[in-house]
Design a protein around this ligand. Sequence first.
Ligand code: PLP
Length: 475
Amino acid sequence: MNQAWSDVYTKALALIAEVEPEVAAATRQELADQRESLKLIASENYASLPVLAAMGTWFSDKYAEGNPGHRFYAGCQNVDRVETLAAEHAKALFGADHAYVQPHSGIDANLVAYWSILSHRIESPTLERLQVKNVNELSEGDWEELRLTFAKQRVMGMSLDVGGHLTHGFRPNISGKMFHQRSYGTDPHTQLIDYGKLRADAKEFKPLIITAGYSAYPRRINFAAMREIADEVGATLFVDMAHFAGLVAGKVFTGDEDPVPFAHVVATTTHKSLRGPRGGMVLASGEYAAAVDRGCPLVLGGPLGHVIAAKAVALAEARQDSFRTYAQAIADNAKALAEGLLRRGVKLVTGGTDNHIVLLDVSSFSITGRQAESALLDSGIVTNRNSVPNDPNGAWYTSGVRIGTPALTTRGLGTAEFDQIAGLIADVLAGTTPVATANGASKAKYAIADGLADRTKAAAAELLNGFPLYPGLSL
Ligand code: PLP
């Protein structure tokens, strides 16, 4: 880090402050807060300054609906350059046939994925059968029939209760409203995906799409087994690797654990373990490429050229050897954290981890996930509450806390530090008690043993001292 970066940000914030000082002040404060706390939110990271800088440009001002070389606006030659570059980096990094880098977020990427599968599997054969080129040429009757056919399709995804995502068929989400949905869970004893039961359920339900991926499952997935099941029932395998894309990019997940060779379509976010800008991306095997490329006009409008430029920078970073070292450290640190917690008597869902997530079951401390999350936050440790399988406290209060290692691994913390963090977390959980109310113990209010939060905060700050965030950047 050189002085130039400090100058860049100091000047940028001064410019912002001339118009709206509150935004400049909040931006400075955000950096200070992120520097001071142990950021253990599994879906967060710290993007590099080149990635952040790439987002603050005039590409933000450009409309570029369409695809490189085929836009609905003039003057897109520079957006074409960065979009083509980002897609080439993505294909090379993941070994994918095709990459579509326009989705604005993970949810957008999943919508593009679902609708491109519907287009390829349902719409295209219908158009072929009726010998028309596109949906505008369908008669009112045929169009209505096609719309009703979309609505009859079935998807199987991992249940939200055991770590799946809202977009995997949860009824309040559009995925649950679009499809007939059946979720698959985990074995009640091992808490691991039960592939035998999944196969039997898929044979009975006959889904068009099997979705694999998770937000809060601390284990790897066997994508070869998933593809075998999908092939047996004629389903398209869609993998949402939003959480673990960094581990795929960094070759920690290889062989059967790498989704790209097995899935027909893969969607991801770019801002979690992949450490890029906030955004999404879809990778596709050849037969789905054309459908995926029609993300606009399907569900997207104008692409975010400035974010696509930042994706190109982040993907170039992820192609460097140092990213493999980083990805391996994410997994090693998660293991050290899990072992440290287990050694100190904390219960973990599945009994451990082999990815970047550790899911704590805090019920043995007689507190809820919400109380644990709040007590940890008071102590300088930022996590999020999360339900555990069959959670008696539901999705709001929960009985769990989800922890992830990508962000602090970026700061350079290693296994020894993660063991220390395990000690801090275990002490806070042991020192937190629910506050009694007239109706019994509160699920939200809590008390922390005298001085414990301040002591932990000080210990966290001392730990982080050795691992500065954006070292040398002073504002
Ligand atoms: N898919 C999974 C598995 C996720 O965990 C998330 C985010 O939490 C998403 C998709 C959605 O990503 P975004 O918040 O960028 O829309």
